[in-house]
Write a protein that binds this ligand. Structure first.
Ligand code: THU
Length: 160
């Protein structure tokens, strides 16, 4: 019997001022996107912003639906748009922020499992890690250096 111990390194920044300028900009874009969320059912608004190699910023917000599973998370809205519009450009970083209309969220909120799987696809496709930064509405910012850090032992298309 063998054991595999999987570890994830998460870096915590106390506030936005501790981040590099380009990541602070991404958080500004993510907060603007968050304000455009359509989340009448959960009251949980999510904004995501990613930067392409060209420097261009692409954003997305969660878009809910009366038929709940038909809605889409902010991260996938953003990454699918990037994949559809700029299929040859690498994604170099992503920032995610949330706001609940029911309570103050002051802890980092990480992407859901489906978003991790979707984001991983683009990381594998481009052969370059995508650092992910995530926070609540306020408080500390968490960072992982790659999507695969959030989704160890992932299913990939290698055998397909
Ligand atoms: N949501 C996201 O946009 N991203 C995530 O990673 C988790 C959840 C959205 C989906 C739904 O509109 C609301 O947050 C509550 O689940």
């Amino acid at each position: 019997m063998e054991e595999i111990n999987i570890r994830t390194l998460v870096r915590l920044y106390p506030n936005l001022m501790e981040l590099p300028k380009d990541i602070r900009e991404l958080f500004e874009a993510a907060a603007e996107a968050r304000a455009k969320a359509y989340a009448p059912y959960s009251n949980f608004q999510v904004g995501a912003a990613l930067r392409l190699a060209s420097g261009k910023i692409i954003t997305g917000s969660n878009q809910e639906n009366a038929s709940f599973p038909s809605g889409l998370c902010a991260e996938r809205t953003a990454v699918f748009y990037a994949g559809a519009q700029y299929p040859t450009e690498n994604i170099i970083a992503m920032a995610i922020t949330v706001k609940s209309l029911n309570q103050t969220v002051d802890t980092p909120i990480s992407p859901c499992g489906a978003c991790r799987q979707s984001l991983l696809e683009y990381e594998v496709k481009q052969g370059q890690n995508i650092p992910i930064y995530f926070r609540g509405e306020t408080g500390k910012i968490a960072q992982v250096s790659a999507v695969q850090e959030l989704l160890p032992f992932a299913f990939s298309g290698k055998l397909l």
